[in-house]
Design a protein around this ligand. Structure first.
Ligand code: PEP
Length: 253
């Protein structure tokens, strides 16, 4: 069965105290107001994972993600954090290949593949991001661009490894810009992604993979986006920093 997922990518925001408050507010609101079957994930910065891991462990509603992971298991990699470290503090998911990491940290397809492998090897679940820049969409090359991103990082995984992966489609022109993809643009890309996945892996795995939309998703547009057949939830940036907005998005299925 395909899971419905709403994940909040906090990026480099919040202090420790603010992080604790935000998670407990979301937890309370979700408990009181959400009755559907939705997997709620928060992805805070690294320093807060351990404390938030204590809050989310054994919590059936909230799950914890890291925003990044090293492709290496351990050793002399100053400043890096391994998948086993993330696991040891209660992290369940890892965002891999966010466009900001591809852009500012030059993470290429091969590096992302290694991060996927390292993550899955520790029993963690990757949320693999893809999405085109504006010039590729304007040139009508967006399907090809995203197809190549999927192929270049995912296609070397086995079917069993791929079973652990959630995909997030995040058109770069929609991230943090206030300009969201229309529900039709999202649906056609999600359907295309699912079709590409069915060529790389078995059809059932592709059918069961959750594909999230990300890019200026908010309480005003989430319902229409989530109503699309191949949109299984959202990866939320800005709106995940406010408990009211994030919960309203979770309630949009
Ligand atoms: C993101 O960066 O993953 C994202 C979707 O950001 P925003 O919702 O702010 O566009």
């Amino acid at each position: 069965m395909r899971k419905r997922i709403v994940a909040g990518n906090w990026k480099m925001n919040k202090t420790y105290e603010e992080a604790l408050s935000l998670v407990s507010e979301i937890d309370n609101m979700v408990r009181d107001e959400v009755n559907g079957d939705v997997t709620v994930i928060v992805a805070p910065p690294f320093p807060f994972l351990q404390s938030l891991g204590k809050l989310t462990q054994g919590n059936d509603l909230m799950h914890l993600a890291a925003q990044n992971v090293s492709e290496h298991d351990s050793g002399a990699f100053t400043g890096e954090v391994s998948a086993s470290m993330l696991k040891s503090v209660g992290t369940e998911y890892v965002i891999i290949g966010h466009s900001e990491r591809r852009m500012y940290h030059h993470e290429d397809a091969q590096t992302l593949y290694k991060k996927l492998k390292a993550t899955i090897a520790q029993g963690l679940k990757p949320i693999f991001c893809c999405g085109e820049p504006l010039e590729e969409r304007d040139a009508d090359n967006h399907f090809e661009y995203v197809g190549k991103q999927l192929h270049d990082s995912l296609s070397y995984l086995s079917n069993e490894e791929f079973d652990q992966v959630t995909v997030a489609y995040e058109p770069i022109w929609a991230i943090g810009t206030g300009r969201t993809a229309s529900s039709q643009q999202a649906q056609e890309m999600h359907a295309y992604i699912r079709e590409q996945l069915s060529r790389m892996f078995d059809a059932e795995a592709a059918f069961n993979t959750s594909i999230l939309y990300g890019g200026s998703c908010n309480p005003g547009n989430a319902r229409e986006l989530f109503a699309q057949e191949d949109v299984d939830g959202g990866l939320i940036g800005g709106a995940s920093l406010k408990s009211r907005d994030f919960t309203d998005i979770i309630k949009s299925f």
